[in-house]
Design a protein around this ligand. Structure first.
Ligand code: NAG
Ligand code: NAG
Ligand code: NAG
Ligand code: NAG
Length: 427
C-alpha cells in the first residue's frame, strides 16, 4: 500500500525535492509532537478565555437598562425615558434601535429606518408651546405645527387628537413601528414620536413648500408649470400604488386631498397622513374623515354606505388630478351652479368635447402638451367612475400616465351626489 501511494504521488519530482529538504531541517518527530501539543493547549486556552470575556461583556450589556431610543437632545430626555416611562422602556427598546446618537436621528438598522423618541418638552420648545402661529394645518387626525429643533433642523409636529384611554402607550408605539416600516420616496417620512401622558405626537420631516393646496387654491401666487404638475400627479400615483399594492401591509389612505400632498423644495410630492387611521377605532376614523371636511373627495360608496376600499382612494385621486389640471377646489359655491362641483363640470365638458376649456388658463398661456393634458384628464375621469370596480388599480393608472399602456376604456358618467346641503369643502 505505502509503496503504491508513493508511486502515485501527484507532485512532479521537482516539487517533491524541496519538501524533502524541509523535512531534513525540521526537528525530530518526537520533539515536534511535544511542542505542537503545547501550542495546541495554549491556543485553546486563549480562545476559551476570549470567548468567556466576550460572553461576559455581552451578558452585562443586556442586563443594563438599555438606552431605548435615539435622542434628539439627551439631557432633556433622560427624565422621561428613565423616570415616568420605565414600564414602556422594554417596548421602546424592542421598537427602536438601542444605539445612542445625539443630533442626527436618521440611520439604518437593517432595511428599517429607525426613529427618534422625542421628549414632550423638546417638542414644546421647538413649536414655541404649540403656538397657533406655527400651525401648518389641521387634518382629520389632529393639528400639525412647524417646529425648529435646537440644532436648527425643521420638523413638522402632529398632535393626534386621541385620548390616552383610547390607546395605550404600547399599542401606540407598535403602530408607530408599523408606519415607520412603510417607506417610499413619495410618502412623507416619520422621524419620531412622543407619548407623554395623554399626548400622542408624531414628528415628520419638514417639507419646504408645505402642501399642494396652497398652490392650486392660489394662496402663494406661485405658478406651477405643466411639467411640475405632471411630476406631482405621477408622484402621488406612485405613492398610492405603493400603499395599495406594494407595501407589506395593505393601506387604504382614506383622506387623499390637496392639503395632504406635501411638497419639497423641488416640488417632489410626498403623501402625508398615511396609516394614521390605525390609531383610531374603526368608526371614529370614518367620522374623523368627515370632520376633515373632505367630502368633495369622497367616493360615493364610502360617503353613503361607508364602504371602504382602495377604490375610495382612487376616486379621491381622480378628483385631485382634476384640481391640479384646473387649479381650483373641487367644490366652489361662488361659481355658477353647473360649475360648482368640479367632477360634474368636467364630465359635462368631456361630453361636449370641450375639455381644454376647463384647464387652468395660466397653464394654457405657459404652453402645454395637449396630448398629455388629455391623458391626465382621461385618467382622472376613469378614477371618478361611479362603481368602484370600474376604477383602474393604481399600477394601471401609473402605466397610463406614463404612456406605457394604451387608453382603451372610455369612462362612464360619474355619480353626482347632491352636495349642496353639505357644508363647504374647506369649511
Ligand atoms: C378626550 O377626553 C376629553 C375629556 O376627558 C374629552 O373632552 C374629549 O372630547 C376627548 N377627545 C376625544 C378625541 O375623544
Ligand atoms: C417648470 O418649473 C420648474 C420649477 O418651478 C422648473 O425647474 C422647470 O424648468 C420648469 N419647466 C419648464 C418646461 O418651464
Ligand atoms: C418652494 O421651495 C423653494 C426652495 O426651498 C423656495 O425657493 C420657494 O420660495 C418655495 N415656494 C413657495 C411658494 O414657498
Ligand atoms: C340638491 O339639493 C337641494 C336641496 O337639498 C336642491 O335645492 C337642489 O336642486 C339639488 N340639486 C340637484 C342637482 O339635485
Amino acid at each position: 500500500m505505502r509503496l503504491k501511494m508513493n508511486h502515485k504521488a501527484p507532485y512532479p519530482p521537482q516539487l517533491r525535492m524541496p519538501l524533502r529538504e524541509l523535512q531534513a531541517e525540521a526537528p525530530s518527530p518526537s520533539s515536534q509532537e511535544k511542542s505542537d501539543a503545547v501550542y495546541f493547549v495554549l491556543g485553546g486556552a486563549i480562545v476559551l478565555v476570549i470567548l468567556f470575556i466576550l460572553l461576559f461583556v455581552l451578558w452585562k450589556r443586556f442586563k443594563l437598562p438599555a438606552v431605548p431610543v435615539t435622542k434628539a437632545d439627551p439631557s432633556e430626555e433622560k427624565q422621561s425615558v428613565y423616570g415616568k416611562y420605565d414600564e414602556s422602556a422594554d417596548v421602546m427598546n424592542m421598537i427602536f434601535a438601542s444605539k445612542q446618537q445625539s443630533g442626527s436621528s436618521e440611520f439604518l438598522s437593517g432595511n428599517l429606518r429607525t426613529i427618534s423618541y422625542f421628549a414632550y418638552q423638546t417638542l414644546k420648545k421647538a413649536t414655541k408651546n404649540f403656538c397657533p402661529d406655527n400651525l401648518l394645518g389641521s387634518g382629520g387626525f389632529g393639528p400639525v405645527y412647524q417646529g425648529k429643533l435646537v440644532d436648527g433642523r425643521m420638523i413638522a409636529v402632529k398632535k393626534l387628537s386621541l385620548n390616552k384611554s383610547q390607546q395605550g402607550e404600547k399599542e401606540f408605539l407598535v403602530e408607530v413601528r408599523t408606519i415607520t416600516s412603510i417607506q417610499h420616496k413619495n410618502l412623507v417620512r416619520l422621524l419620531g414620536c412622543c407619548a407623554d401622558g395623554p399626548q400622542r405626537i408624531l414628528v415628520y420631516e419638514y417639507m419646504k413648500n408645505r402642501s399642494l393646496d396652497l398652490f392650486i387654491h392660489g394662496n402663494t401666487g406661485q405658478f406651477l408649470n405643466w411639467s411640475t404638475r405632471v411630476q406631482i400627479i405621477l408622484g402621488v400615483a406612485r405613492g398610492l400604488q405603493y400603499l395599495h399594492e406594494d407595501s407589506h401591509t395593505r393601506i387604504v389612505h382614506r383622506d387623499i386631498k390637496a392639503s395632504n400632498i406635501l411638497l419639497d423644495g423641488k416640488f417632489h410630492p410626498r403623501i402625508g397622513d398615511f396609516g394614521l387611521a390605525r390609531f383610531f377605532p374603526e368608526d371614529q376614523a370614518y367620522l374623523s374623515t368627515q370632520f376633515a371636511g373632505t367630502l368633495g373627495y369622497t367616493a360615493p360608496e364610502y360617503a353613503t354606505r361607508g364602504e371602504l376600499s382602495e377604490k375610495a382612494d382612487i376616486y379621491s385621486f381622480g378628483v385631485l388630478v382634476l384640481e391640479i389640471i384646473c387649479c381650483r377646489k373641487n367644490t366652489d359655491h361662488t361659481l355658477p351652479s353647473e360649475m360648482q362641483y368640479l367632477p360634474e363640470y368636467a364630465w359635462k365638458l368631456y361630453e361636449n368635447a370641450r375639455i381644454l376649456d376647463i384647464v387652468d388658463p395660466k397653464l394654457r398661456e405657459d404652453g402645454l402638451v395637449e396630448k398629455d393634458v388629455m391623458r391626465a384628464f382621461h385618467v382622472a375621469l376613469l378614477c371618478v367612475q361611479p362603481h368602484a370596480h370600474l376604477r383602474p388599480p393604481m399600477s394601471e393608472i401609473v402605466a397610463l400616465l406614463t404612456f406605457k399602456m394604451e387608453m382603451v376604456t372610455t369612462p362612464m358618467r360619474p355619480t353626482f351626489l347632491n352636495w349642496t346641503h353639505r357644508k363647504d369643502d374647506e369649511a
